[in-house]
Design a protein around this ligand. Structure first.
Ligand SMILES: NC(=O)c1ccc[n+]([C@@H]2O[C@H](COP(=O)([O-])OP(=O)(O)OC[C@H]3O[C@@H](n4cnc5c(N)ncnc54)[C@H](OP(=O)(O)O)[C@@H]3O)[C@@H](O)[C@H]2O)c1
Length: 289
């Protein structure tokens, strides 16, 4: 049977957080989650864009109780801001069932975040790494509640295959210069894809190592990563029957509803995933908390 939004189960009582939920794929995800009864937080850096998204959903769907949609101030390019957002969320809510790390950017220019990391890696990977690690206590507590089914979904892309080949996530410096080492090449399409690709490779490696650690800790949380398919969003760039076959899906890369796909050989490299985790943690330790 083909999967569509009618396949989404009733999510009443569940709490979700969708980063970049104010536009594109994130916006549609928020809409479906709330239409199925979840309380949904839109993690967004712009109050006006988040509130506009909430108002658009509510005006299109007047039956949705307005208290089911909230804005969580979140700027993924600033790690102290991400930590603040995670703390705010953990104070406001007693559970988090679905964390969708969806926000993503592709930088035409070589730009750095406030902490000096290349923007695509800083936002797409380090911002989400920090958010997830800081929300893990709440996610784990939710997974201990009988009947829960906690998910962490990292939105990646098949563009991970264009990742700069010289970046092996060996030291924290790799977050600053992901393959765009030739200044003359900074703005070329190739460099743009290398920067975007390495951040999307990091999304997959992060998911695999996260799942590895969760499984070792006997946690029931399922972490998955996926390519959403080509979607004509501004950036240009589901909820699947995962629970019934949890062991098959843990840590996997999906390309289409419930379809496990083969990501690149690099993205399946366990040592690379562990090295990325180690240097990401190093970054986090250096941030004022
Ligand atoms: N569209 C595609 O064909 C496609 C294909 C493969 C993968 N993907 C992936 O799908 C995800 C969603 O992409 P999309 O096409 O829906 O993109 P989009 O329409 O450009 O939306 C991106 C979202 O990320 C948010 N964002 C960017 N920087 C942020 C920051 N520093 N802090 C917080 N939020 C930030 C944006 O917020 P603002 O409104 O404030 O900018 C926006 O809400 C991305 O991870 C992308 O890599 C997309």
């Amino acid at each position: 049977m083909a999967w569509d939004e009618t396949s989404i189960p009733n999510l009443t009582g569940k709490v979700a957080l969708v980063t970049g939920g104010n536009s594109g794929i994130g916006f549609e995800t928020v809409k479906q989650l709330v239409l199925h009864g979840a309380k949904v937080y839109i993690g967004a850096r712009s109050e006006s864009r988040a509130k506009q998204a909430i108002s658009n959903i509510l005006s299109e769907n007047p039956s949705i109780p307005k208290e089911l949609l909230e804005w969580l101030p979140l700027d993924l390019s600033s790690l102290p801001n991400v930590i603040k957002a995670a703390n705010l969320f953990s104070t406001a809510e007693t559970r988090l069932d679905i964390l969708i790390n969806n926000a993503g950017i592709s930088s035409d220019e070589y730009v750095t975040t406030k902490e000096g990391f290349e923007q695509s890696l800083g936002v797409n990977h380090l911002g989400h790494f920090t958010l997830t690690v800081k929300l893990l206590p709440l996610l784990k507590a939710t997974a201990d509640v009988p009947g829960s089914d906690v998910r962490i979904v990292n939105v990646s892309s098949l563009a991970e295959k264009f990742a700069s080949s010289s970046n092996n996530f060996t030291t924290v410096k790799d977050f600053s210069d992901p393959g765009a080492t030739n200044p003359n090449d900074y703005t070329s399409r190739k460099a743009v894809f290398k920067r975007y690709g390495i951040s999307k490779l990091a999304n997959i490696l992060f998911t695999r190592e996260l799942q590895n650690q969760l499984t070792q800790q006997n946690s029931r949380i399922i972490a998955i990563t996926l390519d959403p398919g080509p979607v004509a969003t501004d950036g240009g760039m589901g909820v699947f029957p995962v629970a019934r076959e949890a062991d098959r899906y843990r840590g996997q890369f999906l390309n289409g509803p419930g379809k496990i796909a083969q990501s690149s050989e690099r993205s399946r490299n366990k040592e690379l995933a562990q090295s990325l985790w180690k240097i990401s943690e190093e970054v986090l330790k250096g941030v004022d908390q």
